[in-house]
Design a protein around this ligand. Structure first.
Ligand SMILES: C[S@@+](CC[C@H](N)C(=O)[O-])C[C@H]1O[C@@H](n2cnc3c(N)ncnc32)[C@H](O)[C@@H]1O
Length: 308
């Protein structure tokens, strides 16, 4: 079976019913309700620690104490949707949901999904030159992994780079993974407002996107042949080993390890090392500090590593 076939089983049992004190039950307006939420809805240190431990255990995301207000704001949004007022109640709600669906929602709420097309463009220039070298050496099959693909801009940028560099080669595939189902759904759609394409050249937009309309707004849809190069799949980077065999040519794992501590980073780097072919490349975010963790790789350029 090909590495791109990954099966994740998720159960779909009914969710426990949240305890509520809401505009419906206490007869106040949404405005009043927000005030009530602000007054009573305080994330205390103990509950913050419980959430931080759970999030670390489940996703490897390390939340230092100074992240308390960020966690409070992000979870508060989710709680408002569920009409749960108290953080303690929400914590219990997550714990009691054995389907783990709310846990996924919690991780969705916590994670930062900022991304854009051709972010850190030097990596894409480097990729182009690596691919050209491999083509000159006679390589015809290419396998890439985009390890934290967010809403899709990064894997689509990779697919565009492959399509532009290897126009006559068909056997080029990208595995794109993320822990957030919400961003994966957006990525699979492959539709972006014009503003999101500001970092893509007009030539590439005309060649690889179709203009569609969504409620009157200009939206660009990634064309089928680009979309078909990518498989989007849920994957938790903090829990290797992963159900892929490799060997992979290139891994983009950018702007996600910043959320992990060194223990989780090292586990992930070991697993990426296992999956890469000898001489394969790993690109990490420019802001990521991985000193002391990269002994199995050779640094070839800033934030570009080669498997020894
Ligand atoms: C800031 S975005 C980076 C997106 C893209 N790599 C880039 O550099 O533009 C971080 C992504 O990592 C994902 N993420 C966070 N923790 C993760 C984990 N444990 N496993 C997989 N993905 C994770 C988030 O859902 C989010 O989409």
């Amino acid at each position: 079976m090909d590495i791109w076939v990954i099966i994740f089983l998720t159960s779909h049992t009914a969710q426990p019913k949240p305890r509520t004190l809401t505009s419906e039950t206490c007869g106040v307006s949404q405005f009043d309700e927000d005030i009530i939420m602000n007054r009573y809805n305080v994330l205390n240190e103990k509950t913050f620690k419980q959430f931080a431990d759970l999030i670390y255990q489940e996703a490897g995301i390390y939340l230092a104490e100074h992240k308390q207000s960020l966690v409070s704001a992000r979870l508060g949004k989710r709680m408002r949707l569920l009409k749960i007022d108290e953080f303690d109640d929400y914590y219990q709600f997550v714990q009691n949901d054995h389907s783990k669906r709310e846990l996924i929602q919690l991780l969705d709420a916590i994670s930062t999904n900022v991304t854009y097309f051709y972010r850190e463009p030097k990596h894409f220039e480097t990729l182009t030159s690596i691919l050209q070298d491999w083509v000159n050496e006679g390589q015809t099959r290419f396998r890439l992994w985009c390890a934290a693909s967010s809403t899709g801009e990064e894997p689509y940028s990779l697919a565009l780079t492959l399509a532009e560099t290897l126009p006559s080669l068909r056997d080029a595939r990208i595995l794109a993974t993320d822990i957030s189902n919400t961003v994966l759904e957006t990525a699979r759609k492959g539709e972006y407002e014009a503003k999101k394409l500001e970092t893509v050249s007009r030539k590439l937009i005309d060649k690889h996107f179709s203009l569609v309309r969504n409620k009157g707004a200009k939206v660009y849809r990634v064309q089928k042949q680009i979309k078909e190069m990518i498989q989007f799949t849920w994957l938790n980077l903090s829990a290797p080993p992963f159900p892929m065999k490799g060997p992979l040519d290139v891994i983009f794992c950018r702007n996600v390890m910043i959320y992990f501590d060194n223990e989780v980073r090292q586990r992930l780097l070991d697993e990426m090392h296992r999956l890469l072919k000898p001489g394969g490349y790993l690109m990490v975010g420019h802001a990521e500090s991985l000193s002391g963790l990269m002994s199995q790789f050779k640094s070839v350029r800033p934030s570009v590593y080669k498997k020894r």
